[in-house]
Design a protein around this ligand. Structure first.
Ligand code: F6P
Length: 508
């Protein structure tokens, strides 16, 4: 149970702390790097997390630990990991970790049964038992698309077992692009939707069926797999029950990569690699479950996040992957963090007058250096940055490529922190700009799984410390309602909206 008075005290203590420059923090504490960095071991290889270039010091870490005690972080975590109701507005548990074998025993068992069913179908398709399958068009949106798109792009660049195309947008250009790249005779369609009602997904799925039919595929529905928490709706829509892969209602959309929503990942990589991805995530789950205070990596990341939003007024947080394979990671994290914690009421419905989730944005290094880093080095906004890179290259070209990539990544962190003075103001760098670095030994299914699970738990830790429910998303509903209203022909709005509808020929 959270103790709000103790939480206010912890925030007051945090506000009173002095704010030394990053370079002074290194000078005054010779063991800073040791204290602020840590490795998560994953059997083969691991991941290094380095927060030493953030403004967190012993005093901040201690005060944030007091805040986490006041907000009953340990109680909330245990609720999350035991299948308790952590989504009070919808009366639900959030059991994504059960998909990885960590959680309520009954939920873990159910996830295992559903995974076995999924593995069976994946293996049958790979063996050709459902006819020749060379391409998979995965249709879903938001949490039903971003995770699969990221994982396939990150892990299946060299020799995917099936060529996967993820289509989310209702804009027909997206689906047409996939059609152009696939032969309908050897294409399977995966319809991924937790609710199986999302208009974009169902419209795209219908058009994909029409495409198969127009190409002479005799039984278009025979080429469709459904990935959903609403199996009855999928069957009603026309998918044969044997190709419906269900997952539990208690797995949230943006946390669903580990469930049957990960079907295209298993299709591209093969089941053993998918299972390794789950196990990598489970290593992070166990670390998160068993480690206390500042040593808990997702919790420490949340300390840094809250420091910058609440104590330094930062409205955005940037993520730069110095790895082409992780180019979609900022998009994935945007949904995870902004849909979870972009709230203005607490879990009890009380208004929040403090900042909540910052805007997550980012890109890929080194490209971003030549586009947006000017503002990061010399702009008036303070933007905390996460750099993410891997020691082992993902390419087979001359080693210069990877060496230059990593040198640039580390140079940015150093430059942002050090700054450089000049007599010419236009050529001066203030420095003291924070960054954290996540350095993966090798980007592989297990390390990828751990990286994503780290961010899920970081998001949850942020929510607990802010008193937010990170598992609902009512903010997306109003716009959907109004779009439905327009589709139904009700076009009475303000003058601007009416004029736009008329200009587009939707209203007369
Ligand atoms: O509109 C938001 C949202 O509900 C997301 O939370 C979800 O990931 C996405 O839409 C897709 O929903 P579904 O999987 O039910 O189609």
């Amino acid at each position: 149970m959270a103790n709000r008075t103790a939480a206010h005290e912890a925030w007051r203590a945090l506000r009173d702390l002095v704010k030394p420059r990053l370079t002074d923090l290194f000078e005054s504490d010779g063991s800073r790097l040791e204290k602020l960095s840590a490795r998560l071991e994953l059997g083969e290889g691991g991941v290094l997390f380095d927060w030493s270039k953030t403004h967190l010091d012993d005093a901040h870490l201690g005060a944030f630990e007091a805040l986490s005690e006041a907000m009953d972080f340990a109680g909330a975590r245990s609720s999350l990991l035991s299948g308790g109701i952590v989504n009070p507005t919808e009366g639900r548990a959030a059991e994504h970790t059960a998909q990885r074998g960590v959680g309520d025993p009954d939920s873990v068992e159910l996830a295992g049964t559903l995974h076995a069913r999924m593995a069976g179908l994946v293996e049958a398709i790979h063996k050709g038992l459902l006819g020749e399958v060379k391409h998979l068009i995965h249709i879903g949106i938001g949490g039903s698309a971003l995770g699969p798109a990221l994982a396939v792009d990150a892990l299946a660049r060299h020799g995917a077992m099936v060529d996967v195309h993820v289509v989310s947008n209702i804009d027909g250009c997206a689906l047409e692009e996939a059609f152009a790249a696939c032969d309908p005779q050897t294409t399977m369609i995966a319809v991924a939707s937790k609710t199986f009602t999302t208009i974009e997904t169902m419209t795209n799925a219908q058009s994909a069926l029409a495409w198969l039919q127009a190409a002479g595929v005799s039984d278009p529905f025979g080429r469709v797999v459904a990935l959903t928490a609403s199996p009855d709706k999928a069957v009603e829509w026309g998918v044969d029950e044997t190709r419906v892969l269900p997952f539990s209602e208690s797995v949230g959309g943006r946390y669903s990569l580990w469930s049957s929503i990960g079907f295209p990942v298993a299709m591209a990589l093969g089941w053993p690699d998918f299972a390794e991805m789950l196990e990598g995530a489970a290593v992070m789950d166990r670390h998160f479950a068993e480690t206390e205070g500042r040593d808990n990596l997702p919790l420490r990341a949340a300390f840094a996040d809250l420091y910058y939003t609440h104590l330094r007024g930062c409205q955005t947080r940037a993520v730069f992957a110095y790895d082409e394979r992780l180019a979609l990671l900022p998009d994935y994290l945007q949904q995870l963090e902004m849909e979870s914690n972009g709230k203005s009421v607490t879990a009890d419905g009380e208004p929040i007058d403090e900042p909540t989730a910052p805007i997550t944005w980012g890109g890929v290094g080194t490209d971003a250096q030549h586009a947006v880093f000017q503002l990061l080095h010399q702009g008036t906004n303070l933007v905390p940055i996460d750099f993410i890179a891997a020691v082992v290259p993902g390419d087979d070209l001359d080693e210069a490529h990877h060496r230059i990539l990593l040198s640039n990544c580390f140079a940015q962190g150093a430059a942002l922190m050090q700054g450089r003075q000049s007599d010419d103001p236009a050529r001066s760098y203030t420095g003291d700009r924070p960054s954290a670095t996540i350095l993966i030994d090798e980007l592989a299914p297990a390390s990828f799984g751990a990286l994503i699970a780290f961010h899920e738990h970081r998001t949850f830790a942020n929510a607990v410390l802010m008193g937010i429910n990170p598992f609902d998303q009512f903010g997306v509903e109003l716009g959907k309602d109004i779009a439905r209203q327009i589709e139904a022909g009700d076009v009475k709005f303000d003058a601007s909206t009416e004029a736009l509808l008329k200009a587009a020929g939707i209203a007369s």
